[in-house]
Design a protein around this ligand. Structure first.
Ligand SMILES: [Zn+2]
Length: 601
């Protein structure tokens, strides 16, 4: 495992992503970074004040889309290198440079959004008559119209945008750069610790002594930063609330859900049903974990241990290609071939190196292929992560190919659907392939612990906590680190009940995720999982065809979430997708327990 990491410079090229697909050379990047602000000025001179003419309007939207595509290429080129090496100071500088260029670009383009919101209904209707592909764009304009501010204010806000990012950067610097996690000792042996090592290695360690000692040391260090992180977080929420009020929203929830095109009903249902109906399933699962591992008690530090850590399935990057070919086959040859392009074109950064961000992500941009960041350690779980991110990549490619830039982006509510769907395909493929009960149990328990535990539970518990914090902010109240810990602890107690002992440190979980700085993002994981699970179950049982799912993937932002999911046969305005998902997971946990019984006999 990742105990001694190499510096980025010593990593072979084939394990790194290839950024030349964005800009072939550094010179080309610099040229675009210099040219874009000039092009934006030309654009402004040409179209500002003339958008009420429908011909010019169409021309302007297309020119705007071309500028936005360039801006997003710059953004990727600026951000991606830092995410794989936070210690690279040149990359840091480049990221800041890009961020400044983009802030100015965005300020100079803000007239476009302001003026487009001034356009009268008749012109907007003429626009969609001539170019129906802009129907979703117009839908969003109409919604934004309600919340628009004076153009000068919009421009000032756009110029201030890098400062709105400051709280999350402060958090990132505190947890990853300033905090020194030191070492911890177990049975005379010393272990090095870092944020990434804790979250990616020791949290899952099969030895309870190492797991629990790492947990204690990790939280001891994390706790030293709680006041600065709480202050950063409070500042972030204050600015969100201020913006909400300025834009005429009484409730911060309505403000944050507006961009997702989701109602509060859907949001609250997701949190309430999982907190109430899914909690007993997870308690049953972790109690079984405790029994299988022969633990004295199930503590918060033990939750993420694998059910059967000695049963490992080593896997190479080369072998992951075969998994893609076989497990994704139900989605058809065209889809599989699209995903397979990621290998020779090096969409993915597989490297394990010092300074690489923890976790994994997929970054898509218009007109270029997606980029995926993961850390490949050679275990089956890496294949799950890869499938997940390639699910995002697939949706990104299809949405971009089938929609103009201004309506290519699906609602956040739908984002985790395609990624989870591919994880379910992998589980199904491996489960069907295996005749060994131990293999089947391992696959099913990985599905629970990897796919659902993380995305359906951990992130949902973030969401439930976040909901309480936003309620405070909405009511004009403030909070400090102590209050945040109190809220987090009470949410954890509510979910885990007597099944888990919440030793000190559990309450600091609010310091561990960048998601808290992304509005109402955490709950969308479970929403996406619900959509994927329901669609997957319906396709598996023959109730729906796979074509509906492929059509859903290509929708981009064409439809609001509640209509988009109907294309895949999923009605999210009812309880059924969630209750079916919970039932499926309950049965899977029962099957795991049954398999343990078989293995013990
Ligand atoms: Zn994801």
């Amino acid at each position: 495992m990742a105990e001694k990491l190499k510096p980025r410079i010593d990593i072979p090229e084939e394990l790194k992503w290839d950024l030349t697909a964005i800009f072939e050379t550094q010179e080309e990047f610099e040229k675009v970074a210099e040219q874009l602000p000039k092009d934006v000025k030309i654009f402004a001179d040409k179209y500002s004040g003339k958008l009420d003419n429908v011909e010019l309007l169409i021309e302007a939207i297309q020119a705007y889309e071309a500028l936005m595509a360039k801006a997003s290429h710059l953004e990727q080129y600026g951000i991606l290198p830092v995410s794989v090496d936070i210690l690279d100071s040149e990359a840091q500088q480049q990221a800041r440079h890009v961020s400044n260029v983009l802030a100015n670009v965005s300020a100079d383009l803000s007239f476009f959004n302001s003026q487009i919101q001034e356009i009268d209904k008749t012109t907007l209707n003429q626009l969609i008559e001539k170019e129906p592909k802009y129907i979703p764009f117009v839908r969003k304009i109409k919604a934004a119209k309600k919340a628009k501010l004076d153009p000068n204010v919009e421009k000032a806000l756009a110029q201030l945008s890098p400062t709105f990012e400051a709280p999350s950067e402060l958090f990132e610097q505190a947890r990853s750069a300033d905090a020194d996690y030191g070492t911890f000792e177990v049975d005379g042996k010393e272990y090095e610790l870092s944020f990434v090592l804790y979250e990616e290695v020791y949290m899952y360690h099969k030895n309870p002594k190492i797991r629990r000692a790492a947990y204690d040391q990790f939280n001891k260090v994390l706790g030293q930063y709680q006041n600065v992180v709480a202050t950063a977080y409070y500042t972030h929420l204050q600015s969100e609330k201020t913006l909400a009020t300025m834009r005429g929203y009484d409730s911060i929830f309505d403000y944050l859900l507006e961009s997702q095109e989701v109602s509060q009903d859907l949001y609250h249902r997701q949190i309430d049903m999982i907190m109430n109906d899914f909690a007993p399933v997870m308690r049953k699962f972790v109690t079984h974990l405790k029994e299988v591992h022969g633990l004295d008690k199930m503590t918060y530090a033990d939750l993420k241990v694998d059910l059967d850590p000695d049963y490992t399935t080593p896997i190479t990057i080369e072998e992951s290609k075969d998994l893609v070919k076989n497990a994704m086959a139900p989605l058809g040859e065209k889809y599989v071939n699209m995903i397979l392009r990621s290998y020779p074109e090096r969409w993915t950064d597989f490297a394990q190196n010092i300074g690489k961000r923890s976790g994994a992500f997929c970054s898509t941009t218009y007109g270029k292929h997606p980029y995926v960041m993961i850390t490949w350690t050679g275990e089956l779980t890496d294949a799950y992560t890869l499938f997940h991110e390639l699910g995002h990549a697939g949706q990104g490619v299809l949405s971009n190919e089938n929609n103009p830039l201004t309506s290519a982006e699906p609602s956040l509510y739908l984002i985790e659907g395609p990624s989870t769907f591919n994880e379910l395909l992998l589980t199904d493929y491996l489960q069907n392939k295996s005749e060994d009960p131990r293999m089947e149990r391992s696959v099913l328990s990985k599905m629970i612990s990897k796919t659902y535990f993380h995305n359906f539970v951990t992130h949902l518990l973030e969401a439930a906590y976040q909901r309480e914090v936003y309620k405070l902010i909405d009511a004009g109240k403030s909070f400090d680190a102590k209050k945040l810990s109190e809220i987090k602890r009470s949410i954890l107690e509510q979910f885990w009940g007597d099944a888990v002992e919440l030793e000190p440190g559990a309450e600091l979980t609010w310091m561990r995720q960048i998601h808290y700085y992304m509005g109402l993002y955490p709950y969308t994981y479970s929403a996406g999982l619900t959509i994927a699970t329901q669609a997957f179950l319906k396709i598996k049982s023959g109730e729906e065809k796979v074509d509906g799912w492929l059509e859903f993937l290509a929708l981009g932002g064409q439809k609001v979430p509640s209509e988009a999911t109907l294309v895949a046969g999923v009605d999210i305005t009812t309880d059924r997708p969630l209750s079916d998902t919970i039932k499926y997971l309950d049965q899977s946990v029962d099957r795991i327990i049954e398999l343990t019984g078989e293995l013990n006999n």
